[in-house]
Design a protein around this ligand. Structure first.
Ligand code: PNS
Length: 169
């Protein structure tokens, strides 16, 4: 049998996180059970009109992942995900898969990332059943329309969402 290697295994969990939901946190919690450290990183994407700035999203993720402290680091990036993965020393990119509809685009991204860097693997974690329908976009819509979002996001995120929706900008 091979000797175990004691190098720490780091994964990158990239995304928009506008804002982070309990679906993301479920994936993150499970990823921390597989990897020694998970870097959650917010993409700076000038093509999107987010509700929260990159800095706000980073802060909200820090708040929401406080119970996972030590195993989780929060960052932001621009450019290629595989380049950022290398910069943070990640051996894998973690993505959550909700339903068949996610599969096609995730498959494309995973294959493109592997072409760009064959040493970085994409690891898909299936979302837990209660989160199959959940997305940041839907949570924002429910919040805008006055619905209860407390089951979908941590309390601090719900509060930030309600404030932002009441007073945009
Ligand atoms: O939360 P999202 O919006 O589904 O995350 C998408 C993300 C950030 C993972 C994806 O858009 C991405 O990796 N963008 C970085 C640009 C890149 O590396 N493109 C080439 C490989 S697909």
């Amino acid at each position: 049998m091979k000797e175990p290697v004691s190098r720490s295994r780091v994964a990158l969990y990239p995304g928009s996180f506008d804002p982070i939901t309990l679906g993301h946190i479920d994936i993150l919690e499970r990823a921390t059970g597989i990897f020694d450290r998970v870097v959650v990183s917010v993409l700076r994407n000038p093509e999107k009109q987010p509700l929260f700035s990159v800095e706000e999203r980073v802060e909200l993720i820090r708040e929401a992942t406080r119970p996972l402290d030590g195993d989780v680091e929060v960052d932001a990036f621009d450019g290629l995900t595989v380049e950022h993965a290398k910069q943070v020393g990640a051996i894998a990119i973690v993505r959550g898969l909700r339903a068949v509809s996610d599969f096609e685009s995730e498959f494309q991204m995973a294959l493109m990332n592997r072409r760009l860097d064959p040493d970085i693997h994409t690891v898909f974690l299936m979302t837990s059943a209660p989160n199959v329908f959940m997305s940041s976009a839907l949570v924002k819509e429910v919040c805008r329309l006055g619905g209860d979002i407390s089951e979908f996001v941590p309390p601090a995120i719900a509060e930030a969402l309600r404030r932002r929706v009441a007073r945009p900008g």
